[in-house]
Structure formats: C-alpha cells, structure tokens
Ligand binder design. Structure first.
Ligand SMILES: [Zn+2]
Length: 85
C-alpha cells in the first residue's frame, strides 16, 4: 500500500460511514490514477474547506499533480490534472 502523502490525516479517522454522527473533520479518500505515470493511488481530501485546488506529489513518480476539488452540498468530485494542462 502506498502511504506516502504530504497530508496529515487525523489519527483514528476511518472510512466507515456507518456512524451517522456528524464529524467536524470531513476527510474522504478518493482513488485516482496519476496523470503522469498512470499509477493508481489514493488522495485524501478535506471536504470541510469547500472548493479548492492544491498540489500533491505523486507517491510513485513524485511529479506534482494538480487536484481540483469541487463540492456541492454532500456531493463532491476530485479532478487530478497534470501541472502543464
Ligand atoms: Zn506518477
């Protein structure tokens, strides 16, 4: 498993959604493929910040991937793009 992210994930966070209590930290994980090398990886996104874009290095090829997070209510999507696109 690849776990080399530049993101500090709150400890104890799990992806189980059975707990219906609202949590102040809205972290979700999103699988993606690196737009440079095509390797599958997983991004952790913080939905509490609303729409945002940020760079994160690919855990495999270390090139900067531009992530664009769109949020709309409880729906959200994450785009991963090359820096030069
Ligand atoms: Zn890569």
């Amino acid at each position: 498993m690849q776990a080399e992210y530049g993101v500090n994930v709150a400890s104890g966070n799990s992806n189980h959604r059975k707990n219906t209590a609202p949590e102040p930290i809205m972290l979700e994980s999103q699988p993606y493929e690196c737009p440079y090398c095509g390797e599958p990886a997983e991004a952790v996104v913080d939905l509490s910040g609303g729409d945002q874009s940020y760079y994160e290095d690919c855990p495999v090829c270390c090139r900067p991937i531009l992530f664009i997070l769109h949020t709309e209510g409880t729906t959200w999507s994450l785009e991963s793009r090359r820096e030069d696109e």
